[in-house]
Design a protein around this ligand. Structure first.
Ligand code: SOE
Length: 394
């Protein structure tokens, strides 16, 4: 097994999920590479050191430029806030490093485009951490669609509901709350939550042609943690849109941080000519499946407990019936990346796939601002459906 030295930028929520994926992957998957937690990079040296000790990183760096230039590092993983993604990814690609990046790829399509160009010019392996594709039940949904079981697809429906920003005295900016600062995040729930729904949707159902959206910022001003002043809020608190897919199906998407009682309720439903599929992140190991071709007397929704060894990814885990969870989706993504690397290709979603998602979120924001239907720009190569797109270990 070849060793792969990881340089991790960021130690927040995503720094933990990614570090855990690299630390666990070789215990459960036979992949041709062994990720080594080499260096973690963050501005606060004491906290970076504490993170390094907890997770087993060999060293600490406080300037990402030195990390990118270090000959000891093979792969830069960007788990820092959205406004840092572009400059780090572009510099890392130019330095010839492999690059993995937390979603969304850029704060907008223009940034994501520059990143994709730099990565492709350097020809370095790359991937974006849209983890929900690799929930076994979601991967099973993709298999059922690819087998043609649903027939022609008519409807796609997705929601991502949260409630953590309802309090009007919640500040914006700084650690944990940068998602409320438009300069750092790029957008609100459109880039943070709908981006997940869009990535999964295009993976399952192909590209999106056009959208018609509305957004709202319910709390218009919040104190900024870094300036201490009350400042306008530039992010969208809620976003909903209608869409048409290339395959003719119609869609509705909704995301909000103002749905009291919902913490991370990501749901999707797909209705086809023969069958329908439904999935819910709060019950992530189950796939709901209805097939009209079932014998009439027994026809109904099946609740498939996706834990058997012939179901995606599950042979790598425990015994049938025992569930896995959220963190495993990142381990699956690391496993697929390392497997693809052994075959000298990138695993999906690549930077180019994630660029297409940013083009959709750009169109959503444009449509909401200008109150009109907007055609989605194409990232030229069709969003991944086949080839490098396939999940290696699913
Ligand atoms: C926001 O609360 C958030 O943490 C997103 O940033 C993640 O991408 C999502 O998976 C869960 O919610």
């Amino acid at each position: 097994m070849k060793k792969l030295n990881i340089g991790m930028v960021g130690y927040g929520f995503m720094g933990r999920t990614h570090s855990n994926a690299f630390a666990q992957v070789n215990h459960f998957f036979d992949v041709p590479y062994q990720p080594i937690l080499k260096t973690v990079c963050a501005r606060n040296p004491a906290r970076a050191q504490a993170f390094a000790e907890k997770w087993g990183y060999a060293s600490v760096e406080t300037d990402w430029r030195r990390l990118v230039d270090s000959p000891e590092i093979d792969l830069i993983d960007i788990a820092s806030p959205n406004d840092t993604h572009a400059q780090i990814a572009i510099a890392a690609a130019r330095a010839g490093k492999m690059v993995m990046c937390e979603k969304p790829l850029g704060r907008n399509g223009a940034e994501a485009e520059a990143m994709t160009k730099a990565i492709e010019a350097a020809g370095v392996p790359n991937m974006v951490w849209y983890n929900y594709r690799r929930v076994p039940a979601v991967t099973l949904a993709r298999q059922l669609i690819d087998e043609g079981r649903l027939g022609k697809i008519y409807h796609y429906r997705a929601k991502f509901l949260q409630d953590w920003t309802i309090a009007t005295d919640l500040p914006q900016g700084g650690e944990g709350l940068w998602r409320l600062d438009v300069n750092v995040a790029g957008s609100g729930v459109t880039g943070d939550l709908l981006a997940h729904c869009i990535d999964t949707a295009m993976w399952l159902n192909g590209g999106i042609d056009e959208v018609s959206a509305m957004t709202e910022t319910f709390v218009k001003q919040r104190k900024h943690n870094l300036t201490g002043k009350v400042e306008p809020v530039g992010i969208d608190d809620a976003s909903a849109f209608l869409a048409r897919f290339h395959n003719g199906s119609l869609a509705t998407f909704e995301a909000t941080r103002y749905a009291r009682g919902h913490k991370a309720l990501y749901t999707l439903e797909i209705n086809g000519e023969h069958a329908s599929i439904a999935w819910d992140l709060h019950d992530l190991h189950r796939l709901q499946y209805f097939d009209h071709r079932d014998e009439g007397r027994l026809r109904g929704w099946r609740s498939i407990h996706v834990t058997d060894s012939d179901q995606p990814y599950m042979k790598h885990w425990w015994v049938p019936g025992l569930q896995i969870g959220y963190e495993h989706t990142f381990i699956h993504q690391a496993a697929d990346f390392l497997t693809a690397l052994g075959e000298t290709q990138s695993a999906s979603p690549t930077f180019r796939d994630a660029l297409q998602t940013d083009y959709v979120t750009d169109a959503v924001l444009d449509s909401a601002a200008n109150k009109k239907w907007v055609k989605v720009r194409s990232a030229e190569r069709a969003p991944a459906r086949g080839g490098a797109d396939a999940v290696a270990n699913g």
